[in-house]
Design a binder for this molecule. Structure first.
Ligand SMILES: Cc1cc2nc3c(=O)[nH]c(=O)nc-3n(C[C@H](O)[C@H](O)[C@H](O)COP(=O)(O)OP(=O)(O)OC[C@H]3O[C@@H](n4cnc5c(N)ncnc54)[C@H](O)[C@@H]3O)c2cc1C
Length: 413
């Protein structure tokens, strides 16, 4: 079959990989050059530990507390936008214990399945993308956050995801090279990490070598639909007929779906990262500074810091104040590490595609026969990419996906 994938981030690329393997003719269409998007500069963490969706109790009050501080890790730009208001209302409705309880098994299965795909990719891909299974350290400095994270560890253990509560000394023991200033931490030994730009750039080349066609700098503007079927994808450079169309357009998915008259609530959650080079004394285990919401990942001799979640719409400005919030947090957790404020040109930003219930949209459309959604993975798109790609390939080839998709039904709002 001729398959058109709109969006060449980690979700689109993973889907292309499995579909090409299954013998289909695949075309990826992307408005960008694929060099700098959300799937490239992220923190690279593969996190089966993250089984609690973003829409969870406590998030609203925490968000409101952070909103009025320009260096805080979370911000919603107040604006009169109907889509944002509807999204906010759905988020509020889903930030409940009941929703969390229902979502955990679904997220866990998808996450473990995707990690298993990474293990397989690390074996079968003809290049190295820095895959390591060293776990994840969640670090805290306050009693309040210790309490919250211990509860998360309990929930994880109850669901079969190993989590160990560690003392200050036990954390330090895991990081022999870098002095760590914490009250304690939770260690998730089952997590992993990669170097995302190494995966994305080499995967694009491999797919090209295997005959996948890339139409970059090509914007999908519309669709020609007949009898509930997409006949052609209309771009600014021409029209393309496909048998099946996969929508993997990340933060832009709400707009693209609207052209198909489908309601797919989505907000972009902007985050920043910067990477320091030639780190002599590096951390071993990817870590999250919980109070500051900063993710830190060792990638070879480099060290990447990432953080913030700004719900500002598809917006390409960089708030150096929030980047300063990230930089300022570093000596609080690593007192001997000196990291200078990066120049604006050294700061990367990405737009996380956030659904209002914190769950991705994966599955066949109920309205358009040859359309499949694969988007809305928010803070976990890199983790869930290969799993999602394989599921979409299974849906297209007629195999039964190995993960239940009920929680991820695209047209659920
Ligand atoms: C600071 C930060 C740190 C993160 N850390 C992690 C992490 O450690 N682990 C993790 O799992 N996740 C992490 N994430 C989240 C992860 O990066 C995203 O979830 C993931 O990259 C989303 O992938 P995607 O393929 O859905 O979207 P994208 O990578 O955004 O790809 C979508 C593509 O669609 C294209 N597109 C959109 N509309 C159109 C159109 N109309 N026509 C043509 N093309 C179009 C876009 O150009 C884009 O290239 C992080 C994100 C940020 C910002």
């Amino acid at each position: 079959m001729q398959i058109g994938i709109i969006g060449g981030g980690i979700i689109g690329l993973s889907t292309a990989y499995y579909l090409q393997q299954a013998g289909h003719q695949v075309t990826i269409i992307d408005q960008s050059d694929l060099k700098d998007g959300c799937s490239v500069g992220n923190a690279g963490m593969i996190v089966p530990s993250h089984i609690i969706p973003l829409a969870a109790p406590g998030m609203i009050s925490k968000g409101l507390r952070w909103m009025f501080n320009s260096t805080s890790p979370f911000y919603v730009k107040p604006r009169l936008d109907v889509d944002l208001l509807k999204w906010g209302f759905q988020f509020y409705k889903h930030a409940t214990a009941g929703h969390v309880k229902k979502s955990i098994p679904a997220l866990k299965e998808l996450s473990l399945y995707s990690k298993a795909r990474y293990q397989q990719l690390a074996q079968e891909l003809p290049f190295d993308f820095g895959y390591h299974e060293r776990g994840l350290l969640m670090l805290y400095q306050t009693k309040e956050v210790e309490h919250e994270e211990s509860e998360t560890a309990r929930i994880a253990n109850d669901h079969g995801i190993q989590a160990h509560i560690l003392s200050t000394e036990a954390v330090q023991h895991l990081e022999p090279e870098v002095k760590v200033n914490v009250r304690g931490g939770v260690y998730f030994p089952g997590d992993a990490h990669i170097t995302p730009q190494a995966l994305v750039t080499q995967l694009i080349q491999l797919l090209k070598d295997r005959g996948v066609q890339f139409l970059t700098h090509t914007l999908v503007k519309d669709f020609a639909i007949e009898k509930q079927e997409i006949k052609k994808v209309v771009t600014d450079k021409g029209e393309h007929p496909f048998d099946e169309v996969v929508l993997a357009t990340g933060s832009w998915s709400g707009e693209v779906a609207a052209r198909l008259k489908i309601n797919l609530p989505m907000q972009a959650g902007k985050g920043y990262s910067f990477t320091i080079q030639n780190v002599e004394k590096n951390i071993r285990i990817p870590s999250i500074f919980l109070e500051a919401r900063v993710a830190v990942t060792p990638m070879g001799t480099t060290l990447r810091f990432g953080g913030t979640m700004e719900i500002t719409g598809v917006d390409h400005t960089i708030s150096m104040n929030r980047v300063k919030g990230i930089v300022d947090s570093i000596p609080r957790y690593y007192p001997e590490m000196k990291v200078a404020m990066p120049k604006q040109t050294e700061v990367w930003y990405g737009l996380r595609p956030c659904s209002p219930d914190g769950l991705p949209y994966i599955g066949r459309s109920g309205k358009i026969k040859n359309l499949i959604f694969a988007t809305g993975h928010a803070m976990m798109g890199l983790s869930l990419g290969p799993g999602t790609g394989k599921i979409v390939a299974d849906l297209i080839t007629g195999a039964t996906p190995e993960v239940p998709l009920t929680a991820f039904v695209p047209e659920r709002f």
